[in-house]
Design a protein around this ligand. Structure first.
Ligand SMILES: [Zn+2]
Ligand SMILES: [Zn+2]
Length: 818
């Protein structure tokens, strides 16, 4: 019993223990399960960590790669930085150099500035002063010119008024006359058809109209009288025409002036006045008034009753606009102009000292053009020439007929005594019409072996009074003769004379007359009169425009005396030959054709409009081709020759041709400002030799650029000798203004046959010009251009040979390009 209890006790104790163990086990199971779940959790974490690790590894690789790249870049950058540093240091060095140079230059410039300033200070006003003085001088001159224009205008108005009054008086006499003389005493009726009176009245009315026009134009032009436009600034205006550069303004009033009154009017005429200088004490005082009264047998009257000596200024300024003390402004150079200048030996124009080449002709300041060979001239040369002339005077009657060889050569007329004609008064620059012109041409001919050499010289002879009377009035002859008694005189402000000028003029005219008769009679093939003073401005009564006797007119008269029936005078001087026109405008046996700058009458001498066709039965025997502007050239002249000059000349069929050959339309001429080349002159000569069986006499007129006139005259004489010019006629296309001038010519009804064929295909090939259509339809101007255009196109389409369109001087239509 005790054992069982104990066992039982033990058993329960063991059971309790087992329960505890079971509990323990259960707890352990629980722990194990917890651990297992923990393990699961941990393996999950581990996986995540592995993934993370792999990501991080990837990132690390990437970063490493990037780091490598960056390191490489870094290396590169370092290298570049080093390079840049090197460059920078180089540039710094350069900059230093530049800075140094700049500093040097700045210093040098500063030094220069200082020196310049010093120079300016030293030279007083220096260049600035010079320029200021020049400006002042020019302003002064403009002022003086304005005053002179005003005074001229006033005196001109008075002059015209006076003429009007005279005309009225004369007219009223004429009105009275018929009452006394036109009444037929027996019938008590007025005689009808007294043509002389009618003519006189008509003349007077015409004269009145002309004067009115002149006066109006004078008033109009005086406002724009001094123009300065480029090359043309060398022309000063006087009255309604322009004078070449040497205007009256360059004359000093020391001249004593006497007005020669000629004819039957008692009005002063500016153009028949003549100033006579009494220069220096060496000359015995001549009582000019007495002399003129003696010499001028017609009506030696003093100007307006004024018997005191008058200056040019007095004449132009009789209203007293001038204060006498202001006399010095005639030669303002000395007073106002300290500017150093030089004149061009080639073209005589004045240049500012700074210029090395002439602004007009391009000749060098130090040009030696006058120093070589024949061109060398000196005062003693003139004396020796004079002595020679005295010797020659003894046998001056030696006729040219003996000296011309029978071999029909080209004859050249030249005499050194014509070099004695020169302006006495010393100016800042020579007169453009100067002895060097002949020297230059003669030198050029000698160099080319033409004269002496291939041409035959003819002996010089003074023209006789009788021969001159065929073209000039006593007034011209006596006023020229009178000039030989004065040291210096002026026929017009730009037309000078010295004591030898009359001789030179007589020799020039004599040479021209002898050449004309020699050529016409066949003793010479053709000829060139190398003469001066020129002639084509000299009219019936008056010497003007550098011209004393009209050489071309005298030659025409001599040719007619030798038997020529019809004489052509072709005048290509850039100025209109107003004298030649005046002499022959009523003469049907002399055809005068002139090509010249006209510009609506604004270019010297203002005459020569296309409508001036001759008068008193001579209508149609005067042909003017008036260029509307300068700068016309070879092609314009040759075009006009082809379409106007030659057709009219051929129709006239002259048996003798005279060329009034001024070379002042030549390229580089200071007065003409045109563009004709030696080749152009040669071509024109060639074209003219086709007339009058080649009997051509070329007479020198103007031309003031020594190089231009020499080369042009040489080219012309070469053609006379038989050489051919090089121009290609088919390439001749005139300038627009030249074409317009030619096509605008209107000769009224005087040249009805003046129709030319204008080849349209030529115009199509060369379309730079507006085409001008001339159709032989009298109403063409009223036909709309479109109609004409379509007509022409029809003509072209119909295959009319070259679609010839008639060109007519009278009828034309201007239009756009076809
Ligand atoms: Zn020059
Ligand atoms: Zn001229």
């Amino acid at each position: 019993m005790d054992d069982s209890g104990a066992i039982l006790g033990q058993l329960s104790a063991l059971k309790d223990m087992l329960d505890l163990v079971n509990e323990e086990i259960e707890a352990n199971f629980q722990i194990t399960r917890d651990i297992e779940s923990e393990i699961v959790k941990c393996s999950e974490i581990e996986r995540n960590l592995a993934a993370r690790e792999s990501d991080l590894m990837k990132s690390m690789y990437m970063l490493q790669f990037e780091i490598k790249g960056l390191m490489a870049m870094n290396d590169e950058s370092r290298t570049r930085r080093e390079c840049l540093q090197k460059e920078l240091s180089c540039m710094k060095m350069k900059q230093d150099e530049i800075l140094e140079r700049m500093n040097n230059k700045r210093e040098a410039f500063s030094t220069l500035c200082l020196e310049f300033q010093k120079g300016v200070d030293e030279e007083g006003r220096g260049k600035v002063g010079k320029l200021l003085a020049e400006k002042e001088y020019l302003e002064n001159e403009v002022h003086q010119l304005k005053r002179k224009i005003n005074s001229l205008q006033n005196s001109m108005s008075d002059f015209v008024q006076e003429i009007f009054e005279g005309i009225d008086a004369y007219n009223s006499e004429l009105v009275l006359l018929p009452v006394r003389f036109l009444v037929d005493e027996r019938k008590g009726q007025i005689k009808s058809g007294n043509s002389e009176n009618d003519k006189l009245v008509k003349d007077i009315n015409e004269l009145k109209a002309t004067l009115l026009v002149c006066l109006q134009q004078f008033h109009h032009d005086s406002h724009t009288s001094i123009r300065a436009k480029g090359k043309h600034q060398r022309i000063c205006r006087f009255n309604h025409v322009s004078f070449p550069r040497l205007s009256f303004l360059s004359l000093k009033p020391v001249c004593r002036m006497v007005v020669l009154e000629g004819g039957h009017t008692d009005h002063k005429s500016v153009s028949n006045t003549m100033q006579i200088n009494q220069l220096g004490n060496a000359e015995p005082h001549i009582n000019i008034h007495d002399q003129i009264a003696l010499t001028n047998g017609m009506a030696g009257k003093m100007c307006s009753g004024k018997h005191e000596d008058m200056t040019l200024e007095d004449i132009y300024d009789k209203d007293g606009d001038y204060d006498e003390e202001d006399d010095s402004d005639w030669e303002p150079v000395e007073k106002h102009m300290p500017i150093a200048t030089w004149f061009c030996v080639n073209c005589t124009l004045v240049n500012i000292d700074d210029a090395i080449y002439c602004h007009i002709c391009g000749e060098h300041k130090e040009s030696g053009i006058l120093r070589h060979g024949f061109l060398a001239s000196s005062l003693h040369e003139a004396e020796s020439v004079m002595n020679k002339s005295l010797e020659q005077n003894g046998n001056s009657e030696a006729s040219c007929s003996q000296s011309i060889s029978p071999h029909k050569l080209t004859a050249v007329g030249f005499d050194e005594r014509m070099l004695l004609h020169s302006e006495v008064e010393r100016k800042s620059h020579p007169h453009p019409e100067r002895p060097d012109r002949l020297r230059a041409i003669a030198a050029s001919l000698a160099t080319a072996g033409i004269f002496p050499g291939r041409c035959h010289p003819i002996s010089a002879r003074e023209i006789t009074r009788e021969e001159l009377l065929a073209v000039h009035s006593v007034e011209n002859i006596e006023s020229v003769e009178l000039s030989s008694q004065c040291v210096s005189s002026y026929f017009t402000p730009d037309t000078y004379a010295n004591k030898d000028s009359a001789l030179a003029a007589r020799l020039a005219a004599g040479l021209c007359a002898d050449l004309a008769s020699a050529i016409y009679s066949g003793r010479a093939k053709n000829g060139f009169a190398l003469v001066r003073p020129p002639g084509h401005h000299a009219g019936v009564k008056h010497a003007m425009g550098f011209c004393l006797h009209n050489n071309a007119a005298v030659a025409a008269s001599a040719a007619q005396a030798a038997g020529a029936k019809k004489v052509l005078i072709l005048d290509w001087d850039v100025h209109h030959g107003n004298g030649t026109q005046e002499i022959y405008e009523q003469n049907k046996t002399v055809l005068y054709i002139s090509l010249h700058r006209h510009e609506g009458g604004k270019f010297y001498p203002g005459t020569g409009a296309a409508h001036e066709v001759g008068s008193m039965g001579g209508e149609g025997y005067c042909v003017n081709v008036p260029w509307s502007r300068g700068e016309v050239g070879d092609n314009d002249y040759i075009f006009a020759f082809e379409h106007i000059v030659l057709p009219i000349a051929r129709e006239f069929a002259p048996d003798f041709t005279i060329i009034s050959a001024g070379f002042d339309a030549a390229r580089g001429d200071p007065l003409g400002c045109c563009d004709v080349t030696p080749v152009g002159y040669a071509q024109m000569t060639k074209m003219l030799t086709s007339l009058s069986r080649g009997k051509v006499l070329v007479i020198l007129e103007g031309g003031y650029n020594l190089r231009s006139i020499s080369s042009s005259a040489t080219a012309v004489i070469k053609v006379l000798l038989g050489e051919n010019p090089e121009i290609m006629l088919e390439n001749v296309v005139p300038s627009k203004s030249g074409l317009r001038t030619v096509l605008d010519l209107n000769f009224g009804n005087h040249h009805p046959s003046l129709c030319h064929i204008l080849d349209l295909t030529k115009l199509e090939e060369k379309p730079p010009l507006n085409c001008f259509l001339y159709l032989p339809c009298p109403l063409i101007n009223q036909v709309p251009f479109s109609q004409i255009q379509s007509k022409v196109q029809l003509l072209i389409a119909s295959g009319t040979s070259h679609s010839s369109i008639m060109l007519s001087g009278a009828n034309y239509c201007k239009g756009e390009r076809l």
